[in-house]
Design a protein around this ligand. Sequence first.
Ligand SMILES: [Ca+2]
Length: 486
Amino acid sequence: MPSRRRLLAAAVGAVTVFGMAVAGITSASADQQQAPKTSTAAAVTSGNPIVKNIRGADPDVHVWDGRVWMYTSQDRPPIDSSTNYSGMDGYHVFSSTDMVNWTDHGEILHSRDVSWGSRGYMWAPGAARKGTTNYLFYPHKDKNGTWRIGVATANSPAGPFADSGRHIPDISGIDPMVLQDGSNYYLYWSGWKNEGGHTKHIPYVAKLKSNMTELAESPRAVDYGATNHKEGIFVFKKGTTYYFTYTDWQGETDQGFWATGSSPYGPFGGAGQLKGAVGPKPAGAQDHHSIIRYADKWYYFYHVGNYTNAAGEPGAGYRRNASVDYLHFRTDGGLKKVVHTTTGVNKVTSPDGGTPPGAPGRIQAEDFTSQTGGVRIETTAGADGRSIGYLTDGSSVSYEVDITATGRHQMTFRYASAAAGGRIGVEQGQTQVGATTAAGTGGWTAWRTVTADVDLKAGTKQRVTLTFEGDGGYLINLDRFDIVRR
Ligand SMILES: [Ca+2]
């Protein structure tokens, strides 16, 4: 626990409840299966902070189904005098496809929903997804005042989440984070050990059982090549390298740190491995970060404590707002230090690819602007960049395409299917303009091509939709498609 969290609450005045939407943030309707409405504000950059309608802190960010999901804790007025962070409660999740327009899907879990816990003390969460189930791991004090890791589940990343009814047995700590590595899920958290009257902050890791609510093995203390870990572990994988990152809130200038390793267990930052600082101390607050890759760029999410909200209340170390800036890699694979800005990051014009594609030209399947039916972007062997999968009967993906000329074109789809394949329809706007049959190829990475003649009309930012039909289950994986004039 940072010493800041032990500051007395005496200085805290009344905090207005502010639920109004502000620029860039909208609230989703109760029907979260519908495509969320987003702001029409035509901002080119996100600005910082990106969360303004609540005190959303500790951003834990993931990319699922081509959409960025940001889970935040919520700073609330303290409920006891032991720490300014006692009143934290009511997690929210925000989502975006362009990093500029964020939808607040509302409160997804509150301490009143946790039968085994106390009030307040809902600190930094970590989300995960396994199959079609979404998980929210969260640190919370039990009825005896001991820090525990709770687990809640939902059918949608937008929640709401239902608590499992018990915390993960036998462990105590804060700041849970789950790394998915293939079919394995690893839980990281920050615990404590008393050594000669001093409290040592220990990073722990353990594989989760398939039920995701118990540990599959004894926790291991993580060797990260330094001694300054306090909390806020975030682990990600790039290529074959694991990056163990964490927070040292005592740092005067730098507070976010990293070290590389070749296993989710570590060791990290040892001989032949790299380590360094990545996160400067944020204005008015302590570092607490997460890292994602989206649309071929890397992002560093954190929070600041200097934002004066719409009610005129100034920020503070315990009144924090999530922010985002770019993360860059060194040529040796190390992380460059993030530069915190008030401009934030640029608007992403397509979810995975950057600039809108053109025809004639090559379009990566993963560069869609919207999808229906649970289509997911995946990393698959032999694909050009990434590919899309989980295509079922009735699903679709849409692209925004600049089409140069009106007339007959040929589209060549690169796809794979361990099943019987399916039928690919092509629409421009609402009009069907072509179709083809993609037969089974004998494997989900056995790539083949199939062509379709299509009649396209010239125009900029034309909506081209691929529709998928077939019998039961998953139909095909789609890597890319080429469009040429005939
Ligand atoms: Ca691709």
